[in-house]
Design a protein. Sequence first.
Length: 322
Amino acid sequence: MKTTITTSRTPAHERSRHWHEAIAKAYFPLDLSFRNAESFSGDLTLWQLGDVSLSRLTSEALQYRRLSHHFKAEREEQFLVTVPARSEVFFSQCGKDVRCNPGGFILERSHEPYEFSHAEAADLWVLKVEAKALGGRIRQPDRFCSLQFNAADGAGGLFADMLHLIPGRFDAMSPETRATVGQQLVDLLVLALKADERTLTTGSSTVREAHLTRIESFIRKNLSDCELDPETIARGCGISTRYLHELFRDTNQTLGSWIRDQRLEACREALRDPSNRQTVAEVAYRWGFGDQAQFSRAFKAHFGLPPKEFREQARQRQPAPG
């Protein structure tokens, strides 16, 4: 689905309300401060890519504020990934400030108050991603919200390039293809975040982060092993079991819960894949769940639907053949 919103045909006295509603619909509720609300102009185009949305927003100078009351009643946390194409933007969250120029990108977390602004007319590309889609791939994605990442080279450059390609290809893509492209954008985003050396020193020592990175890699390679336990992981990573648990205490998540979340994420990807002919039980076993009933309960608690119902809904979203 593609949606376009503009202020060009909106009466001057209604532009502030109109833009507040447009922003809330595209992202989430925010307080907006205009230099001159009646003469303000802005355009927003949104492309839905499965569970991910991409938007391009052009507007005059503006300040956005996310306040505590905005997310009190919201259950699902979101991240916005903003890639400015014209003029500098300012972002402040959790006591940390960052200025981002064209050639970079930043992350904004929906469940913490923040301020985002640009003093000049801006052209912004914004990817909206569910927090659980990132949390299943990288530990504590919120720790990246104080950094400007490279959108000009490497994985970050490829991520930005792909954003720019989508509008011209969108109409020719089937809903299934759009959802796949959305997942590929998340894949590239994760690669770009992991490729930045600063993420190894954000929040703890380089040595501890290096250990955690190695541990996470080992676990992902062995998710299908139902017998995967702390002793096996510690031995495979050359550390003690005690130190393994100590490392995970710093992440606000237990080792067991992190492994479970990785397995659930892998199962979700398999169940949404139309080419996967495995039964739900086979998918669960493939990714390390030995107890089918336990898997179904965990999947529903994590994603809001039982695995069979999730697969059925995913198939209903696919285009009819022919």
